[in-house]
Design a protein around this ligand. Structure first.
Ligand code: DUC
Ligand code: ZN
Ligand code: ZN
Length: 460
């Protein structure tokens, strides 16, 4: 199978130019002006941008939480991602306490197998690091799991102590993997939650008020200190506040390899959303919480000046009816997470490019290239080059769209961005040479996605 894309305005992280792109089987094999090559399929991209497929390095599909699961599995979640122009995800396999890392990896591989519609990799969440499991980290790297996430929050389930983080960092230094951290001070937050419940303060807004920015900043500061001690890079996931960002940008100015992502929910939503009436605030319960509105512009600045390198989604959807309402009388029982895998590219295009905060190149960089580089998939993913996987999106910059739960493809009964008007949408989506979306129609096969054995992370 071959595809010729003609009249493309190709946008990568570095370039912006006109050319045709030729795809043979699953790879880009030629890029040039007026290519005269026969092809099975010709796509005219006049007036559109052609970008590398989006790379979302933070998703939770089919994720267990208490007695429930995130509402998108690998089929519905990856299909929705594709509709939004994302062609690669990295999901999180979780080693629950007492579980072997190898078993967690096998379990998540089974969840994705036969279901994933786009290519996928895994990070491994570590909760238990005995000497035996420490050795398994090396095995995981051989399997292509080259990043590990550790939690400084959730004392009763996922949290690990600083010595465990340090142990993981020392191992990562030897095997070339990257340590990712959920940075919130779990003990401090636990005290604030206990006090809030004792005081009868149980509405969704208290989710944010018991996790103030200071608890995020304190944890970021602590983990940066640990990474300096171990002399390794560190990656901070889902940065939500200026306070946390400041710790990161200060460390980077001093020359330390601290990397970080933020997510659309922190760029577009605020603590006011948690105050919505009739328990609607529960839709906005995810961790870290939404902040006061002024933090949004600070996070955009972080993306502009490269203190933040990536926008991922932390897609972790739970239905309002039947899941979020488990916490109707107590915010601590609201399943923690929100949907967004389908909306990332268009939201960052709207808030970034259309609102003139960032260039087209930077949009591609933070949504595709840097994620591929930092997480060991470049140049297979994250760029448009001869030899790269043919993961491409024909992006219509003028398409008008109103985001809403009725028409989105995520399996969740609400949208965090209901009614948001955005210009710009994925028109054609190609994954490894196969047109899987054409003008809103799904053409791919379920389960066609392939597992990506990632290499060690490299600096962007
Ligand atoms: N952290 C995540 O990254 N995702 C869901 C919940 C959480 O605490
Ligand atoms: Zn987290
Ligand atoms: Zn997450």
């Amino acid at each position: 199978m071959s595809v010729l894309l003609q009249n493309c305005r190709i946008i990568t992280a570095e370039k912006d130019y006109l050319a045709d792109i030729y795809i043979s089987k699953d790879k880009i094999t030629d890029i040039g002006v007026n290519l005269l090559i026969q092809a099975d399929q010709i796509i005219d991209a006049s007036g559109k941008y052609v970008i590398p497929g989006g790379v979302d390095v933070h998703t939770h599909l089919d994720m267990p939480l208490g007695d429930t699961f995130s509402s998108d599995d690998f089929e519905t979640g990856t299909r929705a991602a594709a509709f939004g122009g994302t062609t690669t995800i990295i999901d999180f396999a979780t080693q629950s306490r007492g579980m072997r890392i190898r078993d967690a990896f096998d379990l998540w591989m089974r969840k994705a197998e036969g279901k994933a519609c786009i290519d996928y990799g895994f990070h491994m969440i570590i909760t238990d690091l005995s000497e035996a499991q420490l050795r398994v980290m090396d095995e995981m790297v051989q399997e292509g799991v080259t990043s590990f996430k550790l939690f400084m929050a959730y004392p009763n389930s996922l949290m690990v102590d600083d010595s465990t983080i340090l142990k993981a960092m020392n191992k990562a230094k030897k095997n070339g993997s990257l340590i990712c951290v959920h940075a919130e001070d779990g003990n401090e937050i636990e005290n604030l939650i206990k006090q809030s419940i004792t005081d009868g303060k149980k509405e969704p807004i208290y989710h944010a008020l018991t996790r103030p920015p200071s608890t995020e900043a304190a944890a970021v500061k602590r983990v940066i200190r640990l990474s300096k001690e171990a002399n390794v890079p560190v990656y901070i996931v889902h940065v939500s506040s200026f306070d946390a960002l400041k710790q990161i940008s200060d460390a980077r100015l001093e020359g330390y390899p601290v990397f970080a992502e933020t997510c659309p929910q922190y760029l577009f939503l605020s603590i006011e959303d948690l105050r919505r009436q009739n328990f609607e605030g529960a839709k906005y319960v995810f961790t870290p919480p939404v902040r006061e509105k002024w933090h949004q512009e600070k996070l955009w600045e972080g993306l502009i000046n490269n203190s933040l390198q990536i926008v991922s989604t932390d897609h972790c959807p739970f239905n309002f009816k039947g899941q979020k309402d488990l916490g109707r009388n107590d915010f601590t029982k609201i399943p923690n997470g929100g949907p967004g895998i389908e909306n990332r590219m268009q939201l960052i295009f709207e808030g970034g490019v259309n609102q003139k905060r960032i260039s087209l190149n930077r949009w591609v960089e933070i949504t595709s290239t840097a994620p591929a580089k930092i997480f060991g998939m470049y140049p297979k993913k994250g760029t448009i080059a001869v030899g790269s996987d043919a993961d491409l999106v024909v992006w219509d910059p003028n398409a008008e769209h109103i985001i809403n739960a009725r028409t989105h493809h995520m399996r969740v009964d609400y949208s965090l961005y209901e009614g948001f008007k955005v210009n710009g949408m994925a028109e054609v989506v190609i994954s490894r040479g196969e047109v899987i979306i054409d003008k809103g129609r799904w053409l791919g096969n379920i389960g066609r996605g392939e597992y990506i054995k990632r290499k060690s992370s490299i600096e962007p």
